[in-house]
Design a protein around this ligand. Structure first.
Ligand SMILES: [Zn+2]
Length: 327
């Protein structure tokens, strides 16, 4: 997730509260354009495709002209494409990449959620965001994940779109599977979705795991490295999830201002929390189940890992130091 302008957030929160839980599409006046021909590349696959003449009035009711071009239903969820301009061949490429990433996300949680709704939407970013350089963004909550890209920009590359959609899907599934944490949230002025940095860390960590397992770790790393900071140097190769996350964490520690009024302030960033969570994931072979328990309740840290939060953060920072020297 990226920071939105406040007005957008309020509209979106309202929209979510009133409408997003359960259903997103409201019937409205039919689209006057005749439906385009069915994409044959998609027909050949085991997807159910429908042209959709409703509009995304509920998600974006303040911009009712945004029309859904078509909907693709798979075993993993329902994908809504709003962009009439995307060539059908490209949709097939998007779908392949989306499905791979969403499957990985579902596997992390160990169960699928067939009511998942996924939106791929073209938007006017100038109306929405302060950051004029941003061209892709997204959010995920309660079984609904969406990504959007600037209507003045090129259609985002398949890798980038699938990667961001997967991140947002993890947020959407955290709600569905009640994967919540008592890690302290960021204070004002960040009271909304992106204030939960352990959830951001978990999403970022799973993205890197996916990158590793799919052979795209370097792409994931480069995306993260260049999205938040000026990039001056990149590792030519990243060989492991730990290497990618640790490098990002070190960069983040040097650049970010942390929230020193909060406990565990050093973990109040996507990359430091992702690196820390991955450290726990690997720690003493504890794996996923131990990580999930301590993610849900950080007070279990000592019982599970033998040291309390402060102790484990200290141990993780020491490990990062050694890693930095080793580089
Ligand atoms: Zn996020």
């Amino acid at each position: 997730m990226k920071p939105f302008k406040q007005s957008f957030v309020l509209i979106l929160m309202l929209s979510i509260t009133l409408n997003l839980v359960g259903c997103t599409a409201t019937p409205s006046a039919p689209n006057s354009n005749p439906p385009p021909s069915l994409p044959t590349e998609l027909e050949e696959k085991d997807y159910d495709i429908q042209y959709f003449t409703d509009r995304i009035d509920v998600l974006y009711e303040y911009e009712p002209e945004t029309a859904v071009a078509f909907v693709v239903t798979t075993e993993q969820g329902t994908y809504h494409f709003s962009d009439n301009e995307i060539p059908v061949e490209t949709v097939s490429e998007y779908m392949d990449a989306f499905e791979e990433g969403i499957k990985f996300a579902n596997e992390w949680f160990g169960q699928s959620y067939d009511a998942l709704k996924l939106y791929f939407i073209q938007r006017d970013f100038a109306m929405l965001y302060d950051n004029t350089e941003m061209t892709i963004s997204g959010s995920g909550v309660d079984g609904v994940a969406w990504i959007e890209y600037d209507d003045s920009a090129e259609t985002p590359p398949v890798f980038l779109a699938s990667h961001v959609l997967m991140h947002e899907t993890i947020h959407a599934l955290c709600d569905v599977h009640s994967e919540t944490t008592n890690f302290p949230k960021r204070p004002e002025p960040y009271p909304f979705f992106w204030s939960d940095l352990f959830e951001e860390g978990l999403s970022t960590m799973i993205e890197h795991l996916y990158g590793y397992h799919s052979g795209k770790l370097h792409d994931v790393y480069v995306y993260h490295y260049t999205s938040g900071y000026d990039s001056s140097e990149l590792l030519d190769e990243v060989n492991s999830v730990a290497e990618a996350l640790d490098h990002l964490a070190l960069k983040s520690i040097k650049v970010d201002e942390f929230y020193d009024e909060l406990p565990y302030d050093i973990l109040q960033s996507y990359y430091t929390s992702a690196s820390f969570l991955y450290y726990l994931y690997e720690h003493d072979g504890g794996g996923k189940e131990n990580l999930r328990r301590v993610y849900a309740d950080i007070d279990l840290m000592e019982e599970i890992y033998g040291k309390d939060m402060e102790g484990m953060i200290e141990e993780w920072l020491k490990y990062l130091e050694q890693y930095e020297v080793a580089k």
